[in-house]
Design a protein around this ligand. Structure first.
Ligand SMILES: [Zn+2]
Length: 488
């Protein structure tokens, strides 16, 4: 017998209005799920329930979909990457950092756990996990309680640097081939896992690190298995210049002409498109290429905003007809805060408050991400959808007055107001405590792993610098007299 849970008399339900393809506030009602599936979302449920939850001070909303993240590595960069960038690489610190600082395999498992915990604590129920293949990944994803879309990433080359400005590539085409084969084997294994929460994404790592053949074959494999495909594309000015140098085309035009743009394709991050103000290329066709091909964009504002970059702009992409989802990319793995930043940056970039709204961002962070992953049964609360839901405490001081609960959540409350999370009908987080993983132990292991990563930086960095030289602390150490390299 499957067990039935009823959230009774919820003050507010973010219910799916199928006729209008949008979320709407249902002020007062019941939400019921049996096993892993929602069976009722409406005013009043007359049936029996095994468990009843008093919803009188709660908002019930669909779980958030994190469309782009790197859980194995990003937790190690807390305190390292937030203010790290390379001005001579158009501010991006991606290349310098990813070469000089790499968490070891021993630590990466704990990194995943810490990232997954952050996600559950902030109301994320589904995640696209773009990572290299580490032993035990499937077991860990199953244990986490999250709905995990495993995206094993591979490439035909690796970045390296010989100086502080020119991006170089070390090619190993057979490694890319082996990576694709291993990724498909892992995806097949994940999809058949008995927990029923795992799926796969074909993930050639970056548009500039994969050969044309590998990208084409990756797309063919995604089509043959009816899977989504994700690739980093238009994520830096350096990458744009490399693609012009190689092909005379923008990264998006190259992808379009190769035939890998489609409704199953998710581009992280499609930010530096041809008409972006940092690019100013002579063509203005990238946005139309995304629209015409039905290509999805994983928008992750935080990592770029820290460098001084922003999408131009979220509202313009939406109005053109691009489906966008929200991703965290970096730590913190908090989609609520990404929604806030996305809304603000869109308005700053457009110099227009009307360019987008929090309602539109919430749609992107739920339905937008779900549809990009080819799913119409997550990111929405309606009978028949998966029981992935979040209970938000409307009595939390940061939520009050809760006149407009989504605005309160996005602009103020965030994870502080997330009380309970269910995924696939199972309670996985309550009152700030993750029920599926040992968060404290994982944090210990990440702290130790970060120390090893920082210690090893001089042997990896092109100039042999220490981690402290690459990424100085935000304040000097008391009693030491050296100058900080951060500008005052
Ligand atoms: Zn990424």
């Amino acid at each position: 017998m499957t067990s039935t849970t009823c959230i009774r008399d919820a003050a507010c339900i973010v219910a799916w209005d199928a006729a209008n393809h949008r979320h709407a506030y249902l002020m007062g009602g019941d939400v019921v799920f049996s096993g892993d599936t929602l069976s009722f979302v409406g005013r009043h449920y007359d049936g029996a329930a095994d468990t009843t939850i008093d919803g009188s001070n709660l908002m019930v909303m669909p779980g958030l979909v994190n469309l782009h993240s790197h859980p194995s590595t990003e937790p190690f960069f807390r305190g390292v990457r937030e203010e790290h960038g390379v001005p001579s690489m158009y501010m991006s610190g991606l290349y310098e950092r990813s070469v000089a600082m790499q968490p070891d395999p021993e630590a990466r498992k704990a990194g995943k756990q810490v990232a997954f915990c952050e996600m559950l604590l902030s109301g994320i129920t589904s995640v696209a996990d773009l990572s290299g293949i580490d032993e035990g990944w499937i077991d860990l994803a199953a244990q986490s309680g999250l709905r995990v879309f495993l995206a094993p990433s591979y490439a035909s080359s690796r970045w390296y640097l010989e100086n502080g400005w020119a991006l170089k590539y070390r090619w190993d085409e057979p490694a890319g081939r082996r990576g694709l084969d291993a990724a498909l084997a892992l995806i097949d294994q994940a999809a058949s896992h008995p927990c029923g929460r795992l799926a796969g994404i074909v993930s050639p790592a970056q548009i500039d690190t994969c050969t044309t053949d590998l990208l084409r074959d990756s797309f063919a494999a995604a089509e043959a298995r009816d899977l989504p495909l994700t690739v980093h594309c238009a994520q830096s000015v350096n990458e744009f210049q490399v693609m012009i140098d190689r092909h005379g085309k923008s990264p998006v035009q190259f992808a379009r002409d190769l035939g890998i743009l489609s409704p199953r394709t998710v581009l992280g991050h499609a930010l530096f498109i041809d008409d972006h103000s940092w690019i100013r290329w002579h063509t203005h066709s990238d946005l139309a290429a995304l629209v015409d091909t039905g290509t999805n964009v994983a928008h992750c504002p935080s990592p770029f905003a820290r460098y001084g970059h922003t999408l131009e702009d979220f509202g313009r992409y939406r109005r053109a007809g691009v489906n966008l989802g929200i991703g965290t990319d970096v730590a913190p793995h908090n989609v609520i805060e990404e929604m806030r930043l996305a809304a603000i940056l869109a308005r700053v970039a457009a110099r227009d408050i009307t360019t987008t709204s929090v309602g539109t961002l919430f749609h992107a962070a739920t339905v937008g991400g779900a549809e990009a992953l080819g799913r119409n049964d997550i990111g929405r609360l309606e009978a028949g959808a998966k029981a992935d839901l979040v209970l938000v405490d409307l009595g939390n001081p940061w939520m009050r007055p809760a006149r407009d609960p989504i605005r309160s959540l996005v602009f103020t409350g965030a994870d502080r107001a997330v009380r309970t999370v269910f995924v696939h009908g199972t309670k996985v987080m309550e009152n700030g405590r993750v029920l599926t993983m040992d968060h404290a132990a994982a944090l210990e292991a990440v702290t130790e792993g970060q120390q090893r990563m920082l210690r090893d930086a001089p042997s990896r960095d092109w100039a042999g610098r220490t981690a402290e030289e690459i990424s100085p602390l935000s304040l000097p150490i008391f009693g030491r007299n050296e100058a900080s390299s951060l500008r005052q």
